[in-house]
Design a protein around this ligand. Structure first.
Ligand code: S3P
Length: 169
Protein backbone atom coordinates (compact mmCIF):
# COMPACT_ATOMS: atom_id res chain seq x y z
CA UNK A 1 0.00 0.00 0.00
CA UNK A 2 1.15 3.54 -0.78
CA UNK A 3 1.93 5.95 2.06
CA UNK A 4 -0.52 8.78 2.75
CA UNK A 5 0.53 12.26 3.85
CA UNK A 6 -1.91 14.87 5.17
CA UNK A 7 -1.10 18.54 4.73
CA UNK A 8 -3.24 21.57 5.47
CA UNK A 9 -3.54 24.62 7.66
CA UNK A 10 -3.81 24.54 11.47
CA UNK A 11 -7.25 23.31 12.46
CA UNK A 12 -8.05 21.64 9.15
CA UNK A 13 -8.61 18.24 10.76
CA UNK A 14 -5.44 16.42 9.65
CA UNK A 15 -4.96 14.73 13.02
CA UNK A 16 -8.56 13.56 13.32
CA UNK A 17 -8.70 12.28 9.75
CA UNK A 18 -5.39 10.49 9.90
CA UNK A 19 -6.49 8.70 13.10
CA UNK A 20 -9.82 7.57 11.60
CA UNK A 21 -8.12 6.45 8.39
CA UNK A 22 -5.46 4.61 10.38
CA UNK A 23 -8.11 2.73 12.37
CA UNK A 24 -9.72 1.56 9.12
CA UNK A 25 -6.54 0.67 7.25
CA UNK A 26 -4.75 -1.08 10.10
CA UNK A 27 -7.36 -3.85 9.95
CA UNK A 28 -6.12 -4.81 6.48
CA UNK A 29 -2.49 -3.67 6.98
CA UNK A 30 -1.50 -4.53 10.57
CA UNK A 31 2.02 -3.11 10.14
CA UNK A 32 0.93 0.34 9.05
CA UNK A 33 2.16 3.22 11.27
CA UNK A 34 0.59 6.57 12.10
CA UNK A 35 2.98 9.48 12.52
CA UNK A 36 2.18 13.05 13.50
CA UNK A 37 5.19 15.26 12.72
CA UNK A 38 4.54 17.59 15.68
CA UNK A 39 4.18 14.71 18.14
CA UNK A 40 7.31 13.12 16.62
CA UNK A 41 9.29 16.33 17.16
CA UNK A 42 7.96 16.80 20.70
CA UNK A 43 9.00 13.26 21.57
CA UNK A 44 12.39 13.54 19.88
CA UNK A 45 13.28 16.77 21.70
CA UNK A 46 11.23 16.06 24.85
CA UNK A 47 9.80 19.57 24.43
CA UNK A 48 6.50 21.17 23.53
CA UNK A 49 6.25 22.86 20.09
CA UNK A 50 5.11 26.07 21.80
CA UNK A 51 8.24 26.00 23.98
CA UNK A 52 10.54 25.44 20.97
CA UNK A 53 8.94 28.42 19.19
CA UNK A 54 9.25 30.58 22.31
CA UNK A 55 12.89 29.72 23.07
CA UNK A 56 14.61 28.93 19.74
CA UNK A 57 12.15 30.49 17.33
CA UNK A 58 10.39 29.35 14.19
CA UNK A 59 13.51 29.03 11.99
CA UNK A 60 14.98 26.42 14.35
CA UNK A 61 11.67 24.53 14.39
CA UNK A 62 11.62 24.46 10.57
CA UNK A 63 15.07 22.85 10.48
CA UNK A 64 13.91 20.09 12.85
CA UNK A 65 10.72 19.71 10.82
CA UNK A 66 12.66 19.07 7.59
CA UNK A 67 14.96 16.61 9.40
CA UNK A 68 11.84 14.81 10.64
CA UNK A 69 10.36 14.64 7.17
CA UNK A 70 13.60 13.13 5.82
CA UNK A 71 13.56 10.52 8.58
CA UNK A 72 9.99 9.63 7.72
CA UNK A 73 10.87 9.39 4.02
CA UNK A 74 13.57 6.86 4.90
CA UNK A 75 11.28 4.66 7.00
CA UNK A 76 10.49 1.12 5.92
CA UNK A 77 6.89 -0.03 5.72
CA UNK A 78 3.67 1.87 5.20
CA UNK A 79 2.97 5.12 7.03
CA UNK A 80 0.13 7.60 7.38
CA UNK A 81 1.63 10.99 8.16
CA UNK A 82 -0.11 14.03 9.58
CA UNK A 83 2.07 17.12 9.04
CA UNK A 84 2.24 20.39 10.92
CA UNK A 85 0.53 23.17 8.97
CA UNK A 86 3.79 24.91 8.09
CA UNK A 87 5.39 21.91 6.41
CA UNK A 88 5.00 23.62 3.01
CA UNK A 89 6.98 26.67 4.15
CA UNK A 90 10.30 25.21 2.99
CA UNK A 91 10.54 24.48 -0.70
CA UNK A 92 12.70 21.40 -0.20
CA UNK A 93 9.91 19.83 1.88
CA UNK A 94 7.57 19.78 -1.11
CA UNK A 95 9.62 17.22 -3.01
CA UNK A 96 10.15 15.16 0.15
CA UNK A 97 6.39 15.12 0.78
CA UNK A 98 5.81 13.92 -2.78
CA UNK A 99 8.46 11.24 -2.40
CA UNK A 100 6.76 9.86 0.72
CA UNK A 101 3.44 9.07 -0.95
CA UNK A 102 -0.03 10.32 -1.85
CA UNK A 103 -0.36 13.88 -0.53
CA UNK A 104 -3.82 14.84 0.71
CA UNK A 105 -4.63 18.51 1.26
CA UNK A 106 -7.24 18.95 3.98
CA UNK A 107 -8.83 22.23 2.93
CA UNK A 108 -11.12 24.26 5.18
CA UNK A 109 -12.36 27.84 4.67
CA UNK A 110 -10.26 30.32 6.63
CA UNK A 111 -13.17 31.62 8.75
CA UNK A 112 -13.86 28.13 10.04
CA UNK A 113 -10.16 27.58 10.74
CA UNK A 114 -10.02 30.74 12.83
CA UNK A 115 -13.16 29.70 14.73
CA UNK A 116 -11.59 26.33 15.45
CA UNK A 117 -8.06 27.30 16.49
CA UNK A 118 -7.79 31.10 16.76
CA UNK A 119 -5.89 32.05 19.96
CA UNK A 120 -5.10 28.43 20.80
CA UNK A 121 -2.26 28.73 23.36
CA UNK A 122 -0.65 25.56 22.01
CA UNK A 123 -0.40 27.00 18.48
CA UNK A 124 2.19 29.79 18.40
CA UNK A 125 1.06 31.04 14.96
CA UNK A 126 -2.63 31.43 15.80
CA UNK A 127 -2.38 34.42 18.12
CA UNK A 128 -3.16 37.22 15.69
CA UNK A 129 -6.15 37.06 13.33
CA UNK A 130 -4.68 39.22 10.52
CA UNK A 131 -1.40 37.30 10.56
CA UNK A 132 -3.33 33.99 10.58
CA UNK A 133 -5.35 35.01 7.50
CA UNK A 134 -2.22 36.25 5.69
CA UNK A 135 -0.39 33.02 6.42
CA UNK A 136 -3.29 30.97 5.06
CA UNK A 137 -3.35 33.00 1.84
CA UNK A 138 0.40 32.62 1.48
CA UNK A 139 0.24 28.85 1.90
CA UNK A 140 -2.93 27.98 0.00
CA UNK A 141 -1.14 27.78 -3.37
CA UNK A 142 1.60 25.60 -1.87
CA UNK A 143 -0.85 23.08 -0.38
CA UNK A 144 -2.66 22.94 -3.72
CA UNK A 145 0.59 22.54 -5.65
CA UNK A 146 1.84 19.64 -3.55
CA UNK A 147 -1.52 17.83 -3.29
CA UNK A 148 -2.53 14.72 -5.20
CA UNK A 149 -5.96 14.84 -3.59
CA UNK A 150 -7.91 17.76 -2.09
CA UNK A 151 -10.65 17.13 0.46
CA UNK A 152 -13.14 19.59 1.89
CA UNK A 153 -12.69 19.28 5.64
CA UNK A 154 -14.72 22.42 6.23
CA UNK A 155 -18.00 21.15 4.84
CA UNK A 156 -17.73 17.38 4.45
CA UNK A 157 -18.02 14.89 7.31
CA UNK A 158 -14.98 12.97 8.54
CA UNK A 159 -16.53 9.80 7.07
CA UNK A 160 -16.95 11.38 3.64
CA UNK A 161 -13.39 12.75 3.67
CA UNK A 162 -11.96 9.37 4.67
CA UNK A 163 -13.99 7.71 1.92
CA UNK A 164 -12.64 10.23 -0.65
CA UNK A 165 -9.08 9.50 0.44
CA UNK A 166 -9.63 5.75 0.33
CA UNK A 167 -11.07 5.92 -3.18
CA UNK A 168 -8.02 7.87 -4.36
CA UNK A 169 -5.50 5.26 -3.17
C1 S3P B 1 2.31 25.30 12.51
C2 S3P B 1 1.33 24.36 12.74
C3 S3P B 1 1.33 23.46 13.90
C4 S3P B 1 2.75 23.27 14.42
C5 S3P B 1 3.41 24.59 14.66
C6 S3P B 1 3.50 25.43 13.40
C7 S3P B 1 2.21 26.17 11.33
O1 S3P B 1 0.75 22.20 13.55
O2 S3P B 1 3.52 22.52 13.52
O3 S3P B 1 2.66 25.26 15.64
O4 S3P B 1 3.24 26.78 10.95
O5 S3P B 1 1.12 26.24 10.73
P1 S3P B 1 -0.83 21.99 13.30
O6 S3P B 1 -1.08 22.29 11.86
O7 S3P B 1 -1.04 20.55 13.62
O8 S3P B 1 -1.56 22.90 14.22
Amino acid sequence: MKNIVFVGFMGSGKTTLSKVLYKELVKENPDIRLIDTDAYIEEKLSRKISDIFAKEGEAFFRVIETETLKEIADMEGTVIVSCGGGIVERKENLSILKSIGTVVFANTPIDILWERVGNDPLRPLSKDKDAFFLLYNKRLGLYTEVADVIIDTGNDSVEKCVETVRRSL
